[in-house]
Design a protein around this ligand. Sequence first.
Ligand code: NAD
Length: 481
Amino acid sequence: MLASYDSLFIGGEWVRPSSSARIEVTSASTEENIGSVPEAAEADVDASVAAARRAFDDPDGWSQWEPSARAAAMERLAAELEARSDEMALRVSAQNGMPISIATMLEGGFPVVVLRYLAGLLDGATFEEERPGFLGGTNIVRREPIGVVGAIVPWNYPQTLAAFKYGAALAAGCTVVMKPSPETVLDAFLLAEAIEAARIPAGVINIVPGGRELGAYLVAHRDVDKVAFTGSTAAGRRVAETCGRLLRPVTLELGGKSAAIVLEDADLDLAKIGTDLFAATLVNNGQTCYLGTRVLAPRSRYGEVVDTLAAFASSLAVGDALDPATQIGPMASQTHRDRVEGYIAKGASDGARLVVGGGRPRDLDHGWFVEPTVFAEVDNSATIAQEEIFGPVLSVIAYGDVDDAIRIANDTDYGLGGSVWTTDPERGKDVARRVRTGTIGINRYLPDPAAPFGGVKASGIGRELGPDAIGAYQQLKSIYA
Ligand code: NAD
């Protein structure tokens, strides 16, 4: 048993939940029960929103603090999270199967980096400026915090994606009610402990663990002023419909099916590119929204690209997520593994050639494992090339010239990530400029806190991170003075 809690973190206190329902957490690697927490009910969401409202409306409260004071509090939270980073990585890894080496860097480390980056943006910030009026007089233009934020996060990077939201919201002066995914709740309670230890004022961040109905209730709550959502495109559409009806600002980070474009001059030496290729195509067992899972290979080097990817996929160490040597852990849940296996079966029945993988590792009889899988001779119109599989499955698609590669890269409903592989970085940048996507890398892919992150088309609306991140939690007010 990793952790178990009896109370919910609402209004800065550990309070008795309003229902006796509990969320049981299962290890993706061992299928054993590793903890449980109370499941929040609608009454707990009401109490959380009310606490966030009070904290926001308090005339001396968080929204009115000087930006430097908010930055200091965010630094304290970063320090408390840093002190818990090993435990955080352990909890995430045990729950969702993210290899511990990756969880340590990302889920343990990245929220700390993100908080410090966002706190740094407050240095010297005033959020109010005077501008001369076009018709005379002066316009005072203020960037005011939007209010109470409903933040909804998925299970794949639960802490990083939460930090993108509460970090920017806190910097803007907003207060937050956060709903973690039921698969990953033990980490959310450790975050609550860090929030308490950092003396973040009561009600500024509240946490309500629960499923999609609870999420829908939070999104539609009359006292929520903005929604920040990361999850599947299907759920994102429902969230957007509600926000559209309520005219409620919303940021949506949704699914992806990005292209990794291998140019004719690419260096395919795995000793040189293996680490970056892994990060761009398979990291977190393929359960990452931005991965380049459609690998576009020039016809002139098609066989070579397929062989390289096959060697690469077969070389990866598959095993218990908590083993430091593991590169590919299990799928986050049994249902999710069923889904991934369904796609693998569909790929084969639709006529793609299974090059490696496709099954379950023979030596692992517990845990929801899937072998790293490569399909060749995939047509871009095939289901496995168009739909998000969210597992360790790559499809290699042939192209003729660079225009053809860009056409195929853009022939998708999604537009979140992508990468270009070439020995000529300038050519790589030219190709990157022509891909319809929110983010793309040259010979690598790694989101940077200083660059806006998000998608186009069915991958979402709005951006997180970057210098503009705080703006998504503010609204402009003009005072004609
Ligand atoms: P999901 O959409 O099922 O759930 C995500 C979160 O939304 C969960 O907390 C869930 O309880 C909640 N939810 C579901 N339906 C809801 C509704 N109607 N109203 C309110 N809340 C609702 O997604 P998942 O399976 O947990 O996560 C995987 C998906 O997330 C993938 O599609 C992946 O691409 C996407 N994702 C996107 C990004 C990004 O930044 N673009 C990052 C990570 C994951």
